[in-house]
Design a protein around this ligand. Structure first.
Ligand SMILES: NC(=O)c1ccc[n+]([C@@H]2O[C@H](COP(=O)([O-])OP(=O)(O)OC[C@H]3O[C@@H](n4cnc5c(N)ncnc54)[C@H](O)[C@@H]3O)[C@@H](O)[C@H]2O)c1
Length: 459
């Protein structure tokens, strides 16, 4: 459709770069093609009171399995992993959560068994928690086989895959939600609530990050996260894990939902030193990790500009020795909310704690903020979900997925949001390849974001 300005894209990209021009042509092709299906921004299905779910990849997926199977009106119909021991381990645990197992089938043994599983079991929904390269093909095939797809982060790794996901979702009328659990964290829900109440005024700027020292994952040498994620550190470029930090601030700003949208991105990375040093120090010189060149900068900083001109800084560093942070900062004309540690500054002060914005409300004083502004969803579900994983956010997310499917409501995160948030990876890589040149976000909604409802405060 018309929204895509190819000339604009080319002006802001480095013309000579083969990768960038190939990309622009692909994006253009996808955008210029008419939508073959329906817009999925506010899509809802008819209510489903017995959700039959299949699970592919059940390491991280183990948490989703437990949180799903322990909710009423759900049924697990298939477990699929590469490894028999993982399937049997999870089956053993599942038996302790539910006795509704008559229809359950187990799959393992090779990397295509999930396809057989889709054909044989015909699930209503598929939860995909495998390695990043398999997310898109699994989600696309699941939708084609009639299932809604719920996919771990990131939704996909290339812009082409993201367009394929959008096009398939629209054509098949199946949800494809990237499961960004951080949007359900207590502080993220609190900040969303405070933003919606106008407490920080007009939103101007946000800061988001995934700063998490994960070098130890390299000890997963043959199986597990590090066995495949280490290859991304060597071969990937830019911000390889943007969505945990970006998802929440994007929803504070209503990006891709009526008010504003993603527009351009510039990106730079620091030197790439830490992985090479760690690898040489901890692994034999002939070890496979020491045959890799970890050339992606240790710390990546991207700056996004929105249609309204707001800015979002997104950082990524899984290598450097420093404490965990997602930054989680949102700044407006009346104040600033920030995370790690949680802090609130309001121009007009707050109760008897602060008189203006020159000092933070933090530590024990935050209790009064929580008392006043905790999100209703957190208050409703925290007692049930607080042991569900990642401080309770995993359980609230699954509760909402199931609740929306059972009541036939739109999901809290639509397929376009998953694509916009994940697109920071390929766009930051392209920007770095081109000396920091601005990259245009594809408009995965084809202009429909202007009509998409904001995520309200779910009660
Ligand atoms: N949202 C979060 O908080 C969070 C936390 C951890 C991981 N993750 C995400 O979850 C995903 C999985 O991460 P992980 O740490 O569990 O990785 P992992 O490698 O430990 O587990 C992935 C599982 O998928 C299985 N698998 C891979 N290919 C398969 C195939 N073709 N068919 C069937 N099974 C297959 C593997 O055997 C493995 O057991 C990643 O996308 C990661 O980014 C998210």
């Amino acid at each position: 459709m018309k929204n895509y300005n190819r000339r604009g894209f080319l002006q802001t990209s480095t013309l000579g770069a083969m990768a960038a021009s190939t990309l622009s042509v692909n994006c253009q092709n996808n955008l210029n093609s008419n939508r073959d299906g329906i817009y999925m921004g506010d899509f809802s299905e008819k209510p489903n009171n017995n959700i039959r779910a299949a699970f592919i990849g059940i390491n991280r997926g183990s948490t989703h399995l437990k949180n799903f199977a322990t909710l009423p009106g759900t049924e697990v119909v298939a477990l699929c992993d590469l490894y028999e021991d993982i399937v049997e381990r999870e089956y053993g645990k599942l038996k302790t959560y539910t006795d509704k197992l008559d229809n359950l089938k187990k799959y393992w043994g090779d990397e295509n068994k999930w396809k057989l599983m889709l054909d044989e079991v015909k699930p209503d929904v598929v939860f995909i928690s495998s390695n990043w390269n398999s997310h898109a093909p699994m989600a696309i095939e699941s939708m084609k086989k009639g299932a809604h797809a719920f996919v771990e982060v990131p939704l996909a790794v290339t812009l082409e895959e993201m367009w394929d996901i959008v096009n398939t979702s629209e054509k098949t009328k199946k949800h494809c939600m990237m499961m960004e659990n951080v949007n359900y964290g207590r502080d993220e829900l609190l900040f969303l609530n405070m933003c919606r109440k106008g407490l920080v005024g007009e939103l101007l700027h946000a800061e988001a990050a995934y700063i998490h020292e994960l070098r130890w994952q390299m000890y997963n040498e043959e199986r597990g996260t590090g066995s495949w994620r280490t290859l991304h550190y060597a071969n990937g470029k830019g911000n390889l894990y943007p969505t945990h930090g970006l998802g929440p601030v994007a929803q504070y700003m209503n990006l891709a939902r009526g008010e504003d949208n993603f527009k351009t991105l510039v990106s730079f990375s620091s030197p790439a030193l830490g992985r090479n040093i760690y690898s040489k120090k901890n692994f034999d010189e002939n070890h496979k990790w020491n045959k890799l060149d970890f050339s992606n900068g240790d710390m990546n900083t991207s700056i996004l500009k929105t249609v309204l001109g707001r800015t979002v800084m997104v950082q990524w560093d899984e290598t450097s020795p420093r404490p965990y942070s997602r930054l989680n900062l949102i700044q407006g004309t009346l104040g600033t909310l920030a995370g790690f540690p949680t802090r609130v500054a309001l121009e007009n002060g707050f109760k008897d704690i602060t008189k203006d914005h020159h000092s933070w409300i933090q530590g024990e004083n935050l209790q009064k903020i929580y008392d006043e502004y905790d999100h209703p969803l957190y208050k409703r579900l925290n007692a049930k979900t607080k042991k569900s994983g990642h401080g309770g956010m995993d359980g609230i997310m699954m509760y909402r997925i199931v609740e929306c499917l059972q009541k036939g409501l739109p999901l809290d995160q639509n397929v376009y949001e998953g694509c916009f948030w994940s697109a920071v990876t390929p766009l930051s890589g392209n920007s770095i390849e081109n000396e920091g040149a601005p990259q245009q976000f594809p408009d995965f909604t084809r202009g429909e974001w202007k009509k998409t409802k904001e995520l309200g405060i779910v009660l």
